[in-house]
Design a protein around this ligand. Structure first.
Ligand SMILES: Cc1cc2nc3c(=O)[nH]c(=O)nc-3n(C[C@H](O)[C@H](O)[C@H](O)COP(=O)(O)OP(=O)(O)OC[C@H]3O[C@@H](n4cnc5c(N)ncnc54)[C@H](O)[C@@H]3O)c2cc1C
Length: 498
């Protein structure tokens, strides 16, 4: 075992997406950022197309953005989280502009804002049309590289948290090394790639979440997994499903089947559109997004490749020309509303562990995330975590020689997840998923996260937001589920200092 004494006591940030890099940039001291890949690769933040939602339009107001977020969340949002995070939107956007993010403009003064599904106003700030995430991340990566106090360890991941009596004393890396510290910031992204068909990058399988859960952190809203209605329906050989942004429907494209007929309203919330498509596919239809003619004269009329150049490129790489033909689409897992429960400082239930971005659950999204609210949350909460760490007492207990826990597996359960905890669920399917994963959870991170999703889904005997139970389709008065692994009968791991 090798202790990395050079970094002893430094904040360790696990994950280098928007949340992790925002936290690093707002810290007031040296920190370590763990990135499994070269900086920016394999982060969902890099892939974001639509952009970042903020109420800055001349006809917009924070109260309208709050209302849209609460409506999408279907009765399960934490109202305080919604108010605070949404209200921070304009200042988040202002900081990103100051940092050099080249958001698209309409003339000299005004930002060009897109409309997306379930937003009552055009409020999505974007970069180079549909390259929003890459545009934001490139600016942040340049700033990180220019700051010597931020040490990025590429090819390195967080394996385990070393917890003693509810307090973090250090982190174990995949290299077998240990960093003694009382400050760990979990920013390891979502868990979409646990499923067979997902838009998320392959590293988003919830392993950071698993490490927090095994250390005893409370989880929340785990049953809520958002499906994006329109991923490209092509054979990817097991890779990520390319996304066709909501902004394409916002710009007027329509959903049709092989007959050319429409079968649903395109601008409903994501969960409704996803279910409509899933049901239509179950009835034997194929589904397409037609960007050629459009709703009520709002067609893209051969402008697709100019307005959405990245998406057009992605379609063409599969032999589809969106200017001339309908794009085949299907729903795919896209976002995890659940995660490690935090307050609005990003504090988890463990002292010394903060979480931000998609791995965390502040309650902003409730049962269903409003499109483009997650980049906003990743930035606002990354900043909030850093501010809280900056104010936390520096010296507590650390641990120099802990015994190293066993390395854990990460097998593939994609088809089982799709079947048991997909868009349309029922008691028997969820129960079978839980029964198959729970016995493996002690030794396998993917099984652990899948089992936690299934356990929460089994308990929620109602349909709400992205959680749709065919056996109980009515909503009931059930609140949010917060739980630890012990509460759902799965084993935590205890560690001791040698
Ligand atoms: C295709 C696509 C398009 C999207 N479009 C939009 C959009 O337009 N607007 C919007 O608001 N949201 C969008 N989202 C969602 C949004 O991109 C994510 O929710 C957000 O970027 C999450 O940021 P993050 O920093 O939490 O995670 P990520 O950006 O995923 O970064 C997490 C990082 O942690 C790393 N990691 C994983 N495990 C570990 C570990 N154990 N140790 C260390 N590091 C680890 C990962 O490799 C990754 O680099 C989109 C998502 C996808 C997949």
């Amino acid at each position: 075992m090798m202790t990395l004494t050079r970094f002893a006591g430094w904040p360790v940030i696990a994950g280098a997406g928007l949340a992790g890099l925002t936290a690093a940039l707002h810290l007031d001291r040296p920190c370590v950022v763990l990135s499994p890949t070269p900086l920016g690769d394999e982060a969902a933040s890099m892939l974001a197309q639509g952009g970042l939602a903020a109420a800055v339009g001349h006809d917009d107001d924070v109260s309208l953005h709050i209302k849209d977020t609460l409506d999408a969340g279907d009765g399960l949002c934490d109202a305080k989280a919604v108010e605070e995070i949404i209200a921070a939107g304009p200042s988040a956007l202002a900081t990103l502009l100051e940092w050099g993010v080249a958001f698209d403009r309409k003339g000299e003064d005004a930002l060009d804002l897109h409309l997306e599904a379930a937003h009552s106003r055009a409020r999505i700030a974007h970069v180079r049309g549909d390259s929003s995430g890459a545009g934001i991340m490139q600016a942040l990566i340049a700033r990180v590289k220019a700051l010597p106090r931020i040490v990025v360890l590429e090819g390195v991941t967080l394996d385990h948290l070393h917890e003693v009596e509810g307090e973090i004393r250090g982190v174990w890396l995949n290299t077998g090394q240990f960093i003694p510290t009382n400050f760990c910031i979990l920013a390891s992204g979502g868990a979409g790639a646990l499923y067979a068909v997902a838009t998320s990058p392959g590293s988003n399988t919830g392993r950071g979440l698993a490490a927090a859960a095994r250390a005893g952190a409370r989880l929340a809203d785990m049953e809520f997994v958002q499906f994006h209605p329109t991923a490209l329906d092509v054979e990817t050989g097991g890779g990520r499903a390319p996304l066709i942004s909501e902004a394409v429907r916002g710009a007027g494209a329509v959903l049709v089947d092989e007959t050319g007929g429409r079968f649903t309203e395109e601008l409903q919330s994501r969960d409704r559109v996803s279910r409509a498509i899933a049901r239509h596919r179950l009835d034997g239809h194929r589904v397409f997004l037609d960007a050629r003619s459009g709703r009520a004269g709002k067609g893209l009329r051969q402008l697709f490749s100019r307005q959405f150049p990245g998406i057009a490129r992605s379609c063409r790489s599969f032999g589809i020309d969106p200017d001339r033909e309908p794009i085949p689409v299907r729903p795919a897992v896209h976002y995890h509303m659940g995660g490690v429960a935090t307050d609005l400082h990003g504090r988890t239930s463990l002292t010394g562990l903060w979480a931000c971005g998609e791995v965390a659950c502040t309650g902003l999204h409730g049962a269903n995330r409003l499109a483009s609210n997650s980049l906003l949350e990743a930035f606002v909460m990354g900043r909030a975590v850093a501010w809280d760490v900056n104010n936390a007492p520096r010296e507590r207990h650390s641990c120099q020689n802990p015994s190293r826990p066993a390395r854990l597996g990460a097998a593939s359960f994609g088809q089982r997840m799709d079947r048991g905890a997909g868009i349309l669920r029922d008691h028997d399917g969820i129960e079978a998923l839980l029964a198959s994963l729970a016995p493996l959870a002690e030794r396998d991170d993917h099984a652990l996260v899948g089992a936690a999703i299934a356990a929460a889904a089994l308990r929620r005997r109602e349909s709400r937001g992205s959680h749709w139970r065919l056996d109980c389709q009515e909503p009931s008065a059930v609140g949010r589920y917060h739980f630890t692994l012990k509460d759902i009968g799965l084993q935590e791991r205890s560690t001791v200092c040698a």
